[in-house]
Design a protein around this ligand. Structure first.
Ligand code: SF4
Ligand code: SF4
Ligand code: FES
Length: 528
């Protein structure tokens, strides 16, 4: 652990760190463009020049490792002159696009100009080089060559991470420009990550461009529900409307990246088909009712069927889109409150969905298959449930985030489950199983609720509600707690942290964990 001094502050940091990271740990910013911690270090932008005592010239902080006794100055006169010179050089041919640039508000040229430069341009406006504007380079990415500072982050991403190498730097000197190879546009499933890492407004995303100024967006840390990898993400929303997902760094799960499929999955979470009020079936029509009527109706049915046919007349199927807490709460309701052992899970992925690759994407499009297994729920178990329907043992099914019509098809679903007396569906959208339900309860989608998912490697990660569910929709754990209360008059925890702590006491796989203590990177399930 070398000790060094940066701007008069003595710090001790891990061996092998570069000066940008070491300074960051001391709360000191060293401006940089080409350096990105997830990529190789080319040292080409020179924005990170700092003064290191005893070194004859200024050094680039991105490629200078810490050493015992090193003394570094990031705000000395020599450093400041270098920073101004580099910015003036980078801005010589930069267009005056800020008022119409979608990067405004998160552009490192704007930010560093204000923090390290603030000098008027000495270059005549009319003499600036003209290059390509808003070029569609493929995979939903637009390129503005005039705004590019040729830092090479995008080319390195495609060379080193996706290994598809679609982009390169062409020409020399002030004619340098980023472009794709002739007739070979960008075409890979991780392309939009270059928009995230481009430090300026040269690469923007077609889908997001001009939809919302970034300073109106609120950021909430969460987890992508698009597959069992569970990439750490940030949800950006304004007044309950999601505008973008961006990857959040997690060395245990997704490094700095996410796939485009997961990134663009949010419109399906906010579609016109969202349910906003509890419904019940009345003469083949779904009719709205209050939550208290809905609870009374379901509890009466459960009690009647239990008395007439025994506790095993009531069962549940839990989809692997459910959080750990939701699955735990419904499992407890079925097993402990009702006394039934009729439980199954559904972990279904649409046919034709993308398969496993060697970066992040997983063929299993459910975020919590491993979590349901860790709770001891049967993997699948649908055959056992439909056999119990056929034998007349199972009369009522509660389906939570489990549209059985999708994997089975309507005819097969009716053949296997059509003899049920009662179907209670808890879901976010008016889906196919919901159309056949006796009761249909609206619950929050994952950006709207607190809880946790367990990814396929056993990493338990926290999700945080970015905004409340629409209309009268409830979090599923609250709906289950209210149903439990309607059955036995007992109060149950309605928030995810309290359900998680009950789960940690009862379930060995979650022993000694707490929702808040999962931190930004999550924790591994307890080893058996
Ligand atoms: S397009 Fe962006 S990331 Fe790529 S070289 Fe230019 S400034 Fe860097
Ligand atoms: S790899 Fe899976 S979890 Fe990660 S962003 Fe893509 S869909 Fe989401
Ligand atoms: S960040 Fe060090 S040279 Fe670019």
């Amino acid at each position: 652990m070398p000790k060094l001094t940066i701007d008069g502050k003595e710090i001790e940091v891990a061996d092998g760190l570069n000066l940008i990271k070491a300074a960051d740990q001391a709360g000191i910013e060293i401006p940089h463009y080409c350096y990105h911690p997830g990529l190789s270090v080319p040292g080409n932008c020179r924005m990170c020049l700092v003064e290191v005592e005893k070194a004859p010239k200024l050094q680039i902080a991105c490629n200078t490792k810490v050493a015992e006794g090193m003394v570094v100055h990031t705000k000395s006169e020599r450093t400041k002159i270098a920073q101004k010179a580099v910015l003036e050089f980078l801005l010589i041919n930069h267009p005056i696009d800020c008022p119409v640039c979608d990067q405004a508000g998160e552009c490192k040229l704007q930010d560093y100009y204000m923090d390290y430069d603030e000098q008027p341009s000495r270059f005549p406006l009319g003499k600036k080089n003209k290059k390509g504007k808003a070029l569609d380079i493929g995979s939903g990415v637009l390129l503005d060559q005039e705004r590019c500072i040729v830092c090479g982050r995008c080319t390195r991403f495609f060379d080193e991470i996706t290994k598809t190498s679609e982009l390169a730097i062409f020409q020399r000197g002030d004619q340098c420009q980023i472009s794709h190879w002739p007739d070979r546009p960008v075409d890979n499933r991780y392309a939009t990550n270059v928009v995230d890492i481009c430090p300026v407004g040269a690469l923007t995303e077609k889908e997001f461009r001009f939809r919302m100024r970034v300073w109106y967006l609120h950021r909430t840390p969460s987890v992508c529900g698009g597959c069992e990898r569970g990439c750490s993400i940030d949800i950006y929303q304004n007044r309950g409307r999601i505008y973008r997902f961006k990857p959040r760094q997690n060395p245990e799960v997704n490094s700095y990246w996410m796939c485009d499929e997961g990134r663009h999955s949010f419109p399906s979470l906010q579609s016109e088909s969202r349910l906003t009020t509890p419904l019940y079936q009345d003469k083949d029509r779904l009719v709205a009712e209050t939550w208290s009527d809905a609870m009374r109706r379901a509890a009466t049915r459960i009690t009647e069927l239990g008395k007439q046919y025994g506790a095993n007349a009531i069962g549940a199927v839990i989809g692997a889109q459910a959080t750990n807490e939701e699955a735990f709460a419904l499992k407890n309701l079925i097993k402990d409150t009702i006394g039934s052992d009729k439980l199954a899970t559904l972990s279904w992925s649409p046919p034709g969905a993308s398969g496993d690759d060697d970066l992040l994407i997983r063929a299993n499009k459910n975020p919590n298959t491993r979590g349901l297994a860790a709770l001891g729920l049967p993997t699948d178990g649908l055959d056992a449930l439909s056999n119990a329907v056929a034998s007349g043992e199972l009369k009522m099914l509660i389906a939570m985030r489990a549209d059985l019509v999708k994997p089975l098809g309507e005819a097969e679903f009716i053949r296997r489950f059509g003899a049920l007396d009662y179907l209670l569906v808890l879901d976010t959208d008016a889906n196919e199983i919901g159309q056949m339900a006796n009761q249909l309860w609206p619950i929050g989608a994952y950006p709207e609720i607190d809880g946790s998912f367990t990814n396929f490697k056993g990493r338990v990660q926290k999700i945080v509600s970015a905004f409340p569910p629409p209309g009268q929709a409830l979090s599923a754990i609250e709906a289950i707690a209210r149903l439990g209360h309607a059955l036995d008059g007992l109060e149950r925890p309605k928030d995810a942290a309290a359900v998680f702590s009950a789960m940690a006491q009862q379930e060995p796989a979650f022993a000694a964990m707490a929702l808040e203590a999962l931190g930004p990177h999550g924790k591994d399930l307890a080893q058996p």
